[in-house]
Design a protein around this ligand. Sequence first.
Ligand code: GLU
Length: 490
Amino acid sequence: MTSSNRKVRLRFAPSPTGSLHIGGARTALFNWAYARRHGGRFILRIEDTDRERSTPEHEAAVLEGMRWLGIDWDEGPDVGGDFGPYRQTERFDSYAELAERMVADGTAYRAFDSTEEIQAMRETWMHSGQKPVYQGRDLDPEESARRAESDPFVLRFRVPEGTTRFTDMIRGEVSFDNGEVDDWVMVRSDGTPTYNFVVVCDDTSMEISHVMRGEEHLTNTPKQVLLYEALGLEPPSFGHFPLILGKDKKKLSKRTGDTAVQSYREKGYPPEAVLNFLCLQGWALDDKTEIFSVQDLIGHFDPADVSKGGSIFDPEKFLWLAGEYVRASEVGDLAERCLPYVVAAGLATEADLRERRDWFERAVATEQERIRLYADLPARIAYLFARDGEVVYDPQAEKNARKHADRLDTLKDYLAWLEPHLQAGSPAEEVRARTRDWVGERGLKFPQLFQPLRCALTGAAGGPDLFDVMELLGPQAVRKRLQAAAERLA
Ligand code: GLU
């Protein structure tokens, strides 16, 4: 296996055929953490050889997802002082050169089977119950070279007999009978190289020491190990992460949970919560800690501790985790992160919120305990931005207010009593304490004032402390909202 003096170099090699997937992000994170833990390097390589399905938009989405999560890479072509990713389509020449060498030394050969012949082979496999393993029909080198002048061909890897073994960092010893491995296609008839071939070319030339990827690649690994052996090269260490499963124990799909990192970003999940949640997909810091940072991951990550069985993606737990991060945030930081969501909801402009930064932070603070996602905030503070006569009364809030026959008198008298405090700008604590006295002196029960008052000021049945709300609204809005309620709750 890998010798201990090999430099630690890992890579994440996404195919840009969609945005960054939760499973891909976990692969990136674990590879990155391993590189960081061992003072190694982490490389991003875009595997864009599938030209029909790869798009620059998907590539941009993958990069953006990684940047949002803070998973940075250490090498790549210079793009304006920053590292761009490596792209396989920019490296075709190096693959062609190696393919030629392999034909020359006999580790690969040209196969001229027509589509019909391949189809017939498939049918035989199906009807005879044989394993679908290509039976090499390889020509002598001279004839092969001659036919290559006129006939289309693919290049196939010549799989030797025997058994292929490797030590998987997660699963331990793995072995495959070579009889089960096809003489697989390295280069298609149109000259484009296939995944198993280019991945080895790139991992070799990039001196990758550890390849950790999803379990779906486990059947590719013997093909790759054999290729390293044919090239006389030492393979990297391999590790295969368990699948991420939905709650139905099937491979995570859009049906069982959103699979795109981007959609969690849009929903307002804190990136730290996303990272933490990704860590929990197959790894744990210990047997009890659920909330921890990427620094903890870097400090402790060992692929041997990754579970072999599939991990269950639990959306409720993810949401809970998001809420924990939101609650633990410093309020200034939380306000900054919520700001774009408030702007996107059309409540205020960015300039307005920045100008009233202190006020906005106080508004965020009133909801910090209640929201779980940044995107939860706008709906909860929309009342602060409403026109005073048009606060939306939630039916439950209105019902609560209307339960009290004396509501209009109570609100009217309360406003009269409150007026000097509004004018003097009395602090919330003082108004709170005095209001309690006022309620007591009038022989009222608290809900008799607070339910109509909450409906009038916020339109909601529940929510933050009403005296904090009054301070945020300011005297003018409080006055107008109470006056409007005199009619609206009549
Ligand atoms: N491009 C492959 C994928 O996205 C990566 C495979 C690998 O890591 O070797 O699944």
